[in-house]
Write a protein that binds this ligand. Sequence first.
Ligand SMILES: *Cc1c(COP(=O)(O)O)cnc(C)c1O
Length: 495
Amino acid sequence: MNYISTRNKSIKVSSAQAIVSGLAKDGGLFVPEVFPKLSEKDFEELIAMSYPERVAKVLSMYLEDYTYEELLDYTQKAYSRFYGEDPCPLVNVDEDLYVLELWHGPTCAFKDMALTMLPHLLSAARKKTGEDSRTLILVATSGDTGKAALEGFKDVDGTDIIVFYPSQGVSDMQKLQMMTQQGKNVYVCAIDGNFDDAQSAVKTIFNDSEIQAKLLANGYKLSSANSINWGRLAPQIAYYVSSYCDLISSGKIKLGDKVNFCVPSGNFGNILAGYYASLMGVGVNKLICASNVNNVLTDFFNTGTYDIHREFHKTMSPSMDILISSNLERLLFEFSGRNDKLIKERMDALKKDGKYSISNDELQRLNKIFSVGFATEKDTKEVIDNCLEAYDYLMDTHTAVAMSVYDDYYEATNDETPSVIVSTANAYKFPCDVYEAVSGERVDDAQKATKKLESFTGEEVPEPLADLDKREIRFTNVIDKKDIAEEVLKYTQKN
Ligand SMILES: *Cc1c(COP(=O)(O)O)cnc(C)c1O
């Protein structure tokens, strides 16, 4: 199966090439030529499988350059790094209400589901496409992605990773997670400035052929772990398939029955994977797209116009503070009848005017499967508190946004379909806000808030976050953004 660009269907590459390049040459995103379908027999096999086997089976239907055995080797390596017995448990909190916990990975957030797999897929794809230089991953991060990428690429053969973060733009917990990063092939460096400074400094390296020639002379080729890479999206389809299998094997539903998924959304990658799972044969009634007050997606699904001219809010669910949801392009490609010219026009309009509109017909079809809503900061806090009271379940701020939007959906529709709230982070990743929500007391120090939250709820701090303050600090460098290229070259000379 080949991959085509959303902006020009005649650009066609293999799965390995799609993963190596990340983005198509014309700026479009790679999508599979056709979506594979799961037969009844496939579902029967999947139900009997472990999580790594399920992911390998789903991936093998998309990534024809890899054998099932090869993929199984990677999924076993990736998901053995998760703590607890099940990499993504489906927790029954109320009668027909479930929480799918996607945060049992090394950084306690859902990015781990894909970022523990991507390094294996990428490093193998390089070999398959005839590349023998080392892969150098450069990341500018506002927090979660950088740490998840570091953990994913740590000690993976043939790769190195350098992460730049804004010295004034990440939380104390996130900073500590990165400064204590272990691994032989990792480097972390702060940049004097904010996230945009770090991001634009990294972008200049990707656009500078002179630096890239020097890197190549040192044996390195650049790559990105960006969230639009197909190698990050594909592993996410698997947990929708897997949770559907879990519902069947628990006897809650029969094969073919429909369920709702409510997903806290930012860049639209997570919920898009749910849509792709529905195309494969997972029974989906509604995909509920939940936003915080940065509700550009809510407005889009209500009006058919995507418009980024709006105020940007910093919220307690920072991973959803986003104005441009890149992966929406892939969804619109499907709903426009795979009209690449139209998608290109819309994306050009977004770049030029900051907005575009879709047709009424497309909007109506979208709203048959998608439902939307957003939660305010007050809603988010209330839901964290209410869920602890009602279900004895502690959730993080992002999951709470989804739960709040689901509550509104249920109130408006009385839809009794079994529903899955997709949970994207452990509560202890955002201890200050979560503790305030349940206790009413504000503590600004993350370590102190963690201790207080633990004694207040009796909920254990997950392994990867538990001993952070005792780990060796390895990376304390802070540089000026103009020195970033030199810093990268210095790293590649040393190694
Ligand atoms: C990245 C992230 C999201 C948003 O996911 P998208 O795929 O970008 O929509 C939600 N919650 C958490 C905790 C995240 O890290």
